[in-house]
Unconditional design. Structure first.
Length: 292
């Protein structure tokens, strides 16, 4: 899918040292190339462009592209905010690892030239929709690009999470909890817990136990067409559901968490010549990039 851009929204992680300088550079570049930049009021004030402030609803309606300045966390937040509006996100990495971001700061001017020249494309990524059901009532619902995690608190005893696939009982994981990840999120928390690395174009869910108290517990990959139901069994209240490591919801014993593929998809910008395997080689440093 080739991109056509007229209006650009900018999302800025104001805690990053380079964010202000790079944000102002992007605004200047947009103005010089007949693109309309806009920002949320707090970001516009941070960059010194109050006249470019717009509400989130206005940005969703107006923007053809979102540029996130920060790390993977900034991109995850932007992707959730703009996924339902169908606006693609380009991440500039001001963080550490940057599996999801498309480019490093030193590439910024080249990346902007590729955008203006129509040389970038869009990858569509599966999103999860997670709902918390308590006494047969839906009490919370959220989208996730990387993962949904059910976990115990730092000092709590182990919990048990009973998992069902399309209403059929699968297994019960005793331990610290479970991670339910997309293929995109396979390189995040799920990988640290021993889960597999998957190509992010795959439509699936990965269920990975966290510190399981049984030797037979392993990650399971299920189809994106299937629904996971997870029931929390615990004799204490120190249990949380977290979404992309950014949003947290307290859980109660016997809460039922229903995780499905969302009806919308996240759209991430891919640069010319960029591929998942090249990023994997670079980030994991298993193979020198010079050999590519």
């Amino acid at each position: 899918m080739v991109m056509q851009i007229k209006n650009v929204a900018l999302v800025v992680n104001k805690e990053k040292a380079q964010a202000r300088e790079m944000g102002r550079f992007i605004v200047t570049y947009c103005r010089e190339h007949s693109l309309g930049p806009s920002l949320l009021p707090v970001d516009a004030a941070f960059l010194g462009y109050p006249e470019l402030a717009a509400s989130l609803q206005e940005l969703r309606q107006r923007a053809d592209l979102v540029i996130s300045l920060g790390g993977d966390g900034t991109l995850l937040g932007a992707a959730r905010l703009f996924a339902e509006a169908g606006v693609p996100v380009l991440g500039i990495n001001l963080g550490r690892l940057g599996f999801l971001t498309a480019a490093e700061p030193e590439q910024l001017e080249t990346v902007l030239a590729d955008l203006v020249g129509g040389r970038c494309s869009i990858d569509e990524r599966t999103l999860l929709k997670a709902g918390i059901w308590r006494r047969d009532q839906l009490v919370e619902e959220s989208l996730a690009l990387n993962d949904v995690v059910i976990t115990k608190g730092a000092f709590a005893r182990i919990i048990s999470v009973s998992c069902y696939i399309d209403d059929e009982y699968l297994t019960t994981y005793p331990g610290d909890g479970i991670i339910v990840a997309t293929a995109t999120g396979s390189t995040a928390y799920s990988l640290s817990a021993g889960g597999p690395i998957l190509n992010p174009s795959l439509d699936c869910l990965i269920i990975t136990p966290i510190c399981p108290h049984t030797l037979s517990a392993r990650s399971i990959v299920i189809s994106g067409q299937e629904t996971l139901q997870a029931v929390v069994n615990s004799d204490h209240g120190d249990v949380m559901l977290t979404v992309d490591g950014q949003k947290g919801y307290p859980l109660e014993p016997e809460d039922r968490i229903v995780v499905t593929r969302a009806t919308c998809k996240a759209k991430l910008v891919r640069l010319p010549g960029q591929s998942f395997y090249r990023i994997l080689r670079t980030r994991l440093q298993d193979i020198p990039i010079a050999q590519a």
